[in-house]
Every structure is written in structure tokens, then in C-alpha cells.
Design a protein around this ligand. Structure first.
Ligand SMILES: NC(=O)c1ccc[n+]([C@@H]2O[C@H](COP(=O)([O-])OP(=O)(O)OC[C@H]3O[C@@H](n4cnc5c(N)ncnc54)[C@H](OP(=O)(O)O)[C@@H]3O)[C@@H](O)[C@H]2O)c1
Length: 314
């Protein structure tokens, strides 16, 4: 049996918003056998360059370019443009709304923003790719990281069925997000990607303090970073936690706090906040006695005061 041929998908998708998300996910769809029926963007030039990458002949700066045989319209504009695009689509003649699905890629918005399309009979759903698509990265570099990912979705039952079909075509999976927790879900994504990036940037900055002569590329930290992520996913954050806080090493933590205060005072609020969170995790992991916990918390809190009132600095 030819598995490759059997697994080809027969979906026809129009992309509205020719940024990285629309271009990368459109490309995955094409590589999996789907067809992009049109690429529409605010500017014709963005639409044209994405369309060429997506092997699609139809591109425009006008929604009327979307042909009626389209199965799903995927709105990948910035989130503040989604409502306007949905309303404009719903006013079009010539689309077979009752046969069609429509979704958007915003992490913040639920399916309700697509109500005008639902009122015309379309199956609507939110479809947020739980992946990062940085602006400075060309789509070609992101495509290999866009398979096997999860899509945060909500919608009616038929909408969610269509979401699963689209995720399947993208070789991904759907995770249902209750609409009332949408903002919390998106804040979680921010921690997973943006805050992780900030953490790695802090590593780089601190290492720059250790190697001020400029040889501070953080390559030597890559194995410990990768092993930590591996360990967390293999077990749990509490089980993967090592280091002085987990061991209750008050003296070591005191010296760390002092070193950060002396060399990189701008990072002290970050370092103290993260140390408090580390204490919370160590408590959850059962490695801290109540006495050590209290000693650590008192020590860290003494570094969170304004400078004139700081005490307990050893
Ligand atoms: N970037 C990420 O890491 C990421 C991750 C998950 C989800 N998302 C979500 O995915 C969506 C797209 O993100 P992105 O990073 O690809 O955004 P982006 O780089 O800003 O691209 C969005 C594209 O939409 C086009 N556009 C803007 N207003 C439009 C309108 N009214 N009609 C048609 N096209 C319009 C822009 O057009 P022109 O170029 O033609 O001016 C731009 O190319 C957003 O909702 C975002 O929140 C992003």
C-alpha cells in the first residue's frame, strides 16, 4: 500500500492575511496535498509573494478573489483585523457559506468573532497554532517546525469537527479551549514562548557579566538548557528541579543574590521573583523543610525592598 498517496488531503483553503502564520501553515497544507484557492492580503505584494510560495495562482488585496469552491477560509490577519474581515466576508455574494468553514489564527479571540459568518450558515471555529512564527524568520525556516503542533480551538460541534479535519490536514492536533479561559490560555502561551525567550536572554546577559571581554555567546549553556527541558517533559517540573534552592542551600542563594545585586542590579527583580517561584516549586516537590523555606523566603524578600531599607545582606 502506498501510504503517502493514501494520506493526501483534499481540502481547498483560502488564506486571508499573508504574514508568516498564513504563509507557513498554507505551505504545510500544500505539502500535505491540500490546495490553496486564493491568498488575499492588505497589500497585493504580500499576497503575491505568499501565493508563489503556496503554488497558488489567485492572489489579491480584495476578498472577492476567493472562489466559491473554497472549503475553509483561514483568517490569518493580526487579531484586531479579524472582526472586520469576518464582517466583510459575510457581506459577499458568490461564496457557498453553508458548505464552508471559517476560522482565525488569533490566540486571544474565540470563535464568536466569526458570528457574521456563522449567521450565514458557515461552520466557524478559532484555530490558534500553538507555535511561534517570529517576524524575522523567513517562512521556509519555520515550515519544518509547523507539523505535529497543537491548535487551540473553540466553536460549535460542527465547527470543532472541521477544526479537527483542518488540524489533520496540517498533521497537527486540536486542543479545545473553553471560551471563558481564552485569555488565560493565551497568557500561558506567552509564558511558554515569550517568557522562555526572556529567560534565555537573561542567561545571555548574566554570562556576559561573567565574560565581559565579549566572548559571551551562550553556547556552553545549550546542553544544560536542553537537558532541563528534556527532564521536565520526561518527569515533571518538581522532579526535574535541581540546584541550591531545591537543596535548601541558604548560604549559596545569599551569595547568588549578592552577586546579581553587585554586577547586574537591573536583573535583581527578575532574579528574586524567579527564586521565589523556585522555592514554591521545591516546596511542591517536597524537598524543603519548613525552616529552610522560611529562611530562603526571608532572605529573598530582603532583596525585594527599596535599597535604603535592605537588610540581611550576607
Ligand atoms: N506570530 C506568531 O508567533 C503567532 C503565533 C500564533 C498565532 N498568531 C496569530 O496569527 C495571526 C497572524 O500572525 P502573523 O504573525 O502572521 O501576523 P503578521 O506578520 O502581522 O501578518 C499578518 C498579515 O495580515 C495582513 N493583513 C493585515 N490586515 C489585513 C486585512 N484587514 N485584510 C487582509 N490582510 C490583512 C498583513 O498584510 P500586508 O502584509 O499585506 O500588509 C500581514 O501580512 C495573528 O492573529 C496572530 O495573533 C501569531
Amino acid at each position: 500500500m502506498n501510504r503517502t498517496v493514501k494520506s493526501r488531503v483534499s481540502l481547498r483553503v483560502a488564506i486571508v492575511g499573508a504574514g508568516n502564520v498564513g504563509t507557513v501553515l498554507g505551505r504545510v497544507l500544500v505539502e500535505e496535498g491540500a490546495r490553496i484557492t486564493a491568498v488575499v492580503s492588505r497589500s497585493r505584494s504580500s499576497a503575491r509573494s505568499a501565493a508563489s510560495f503556496l503554488r497558488c495562482r489567485t492572489y489579491a488585496d480584495d476578498l472577492t478573489a476567493i472562489p466559491p469552491e473554497t472549503d475553509i477560509i483561514f483568517i490569518t490577519t493580526p487579531h484586531d483585523a479579524v472582526a472586520g474581515v469576518a464582517s466583510a466576508l459575510a457581506r459577499l455574494d458568490g461564496l457557498e457559506f453553508s458548505r464552508m468553514g471559517a476560522c482565525h489564527a488569533s490566540g486571544m479571540l474565540t470563535a464568536s468573532v466569526l458570528k457574521p459568518l456563522e449567521e450565514r450558515g458557515s461552520r466557524v471555529f478559532s484555530f490558534h497554532p500553538l507555535q511561534t512564527f517570529p517576524r524575522g524568520f523567513p517562512p521556509r525556516r519555520i515550515v519544518p517546525l509547523a507539523r505535529g503542533i497543537w491548535y487551540g480551538a473553540d466553536g460549535s460541534r460542527p465547527g470543532l469537527r472541521m477544526a479537527r479535519r483542518l488540524a489533520g490536514a496540517l498533521r497537527g492536533h486540536v486542543i479545545e479551549i473553553p471560551p471563558e479561559f481564552r485569555e488565560l490560555y493565551h497568557a500561558t502561551c506567552v509564558v511558554a514562548s515569550n517568557h522562555l525567550t526572556v529567560l534565555l536572554s537573561v542567561v545571555r546577559e548574566m554570562y556576559g557579566g561573567v565574560r565581559p571581554e565579549g566572548r559571551s555567546r551562550p553556547g556552553p549553556f545549550r546542553p544544560i538548557i536542553e537537558a532541563t527541558i528534556f527532564n521536565v517533559f520526561a518527569t515533571s517540573p518538581a522532579s526535574a528541579l535541581s540546584g541550591p534552592v531545591a537543596r535548601g542551600g541558604v548560604d549559596t542563594v545569599a551569595k547568588h543574590l549578592e552577586a546579581v545585586r553587585r554586577s547586574l542590579p537591573a536583573l535583581l527583580p527578575y532574579f528574586t521573583r524567579m527564586t521565589l517561584e523556585t522555592i514554591r516549586l521545591a516546596v511542591a516537590g517536597g524537598t524543603l523543610t519548613p525552616e529552610r523555606r522560611e529562611a530562603l523566603e526571608n532572605l529573598v524578600m530582603s532583596y525585594t525592598q527599596d535599597p535604603p531599607t535592605i537588610g540581611n545582606r550576607q
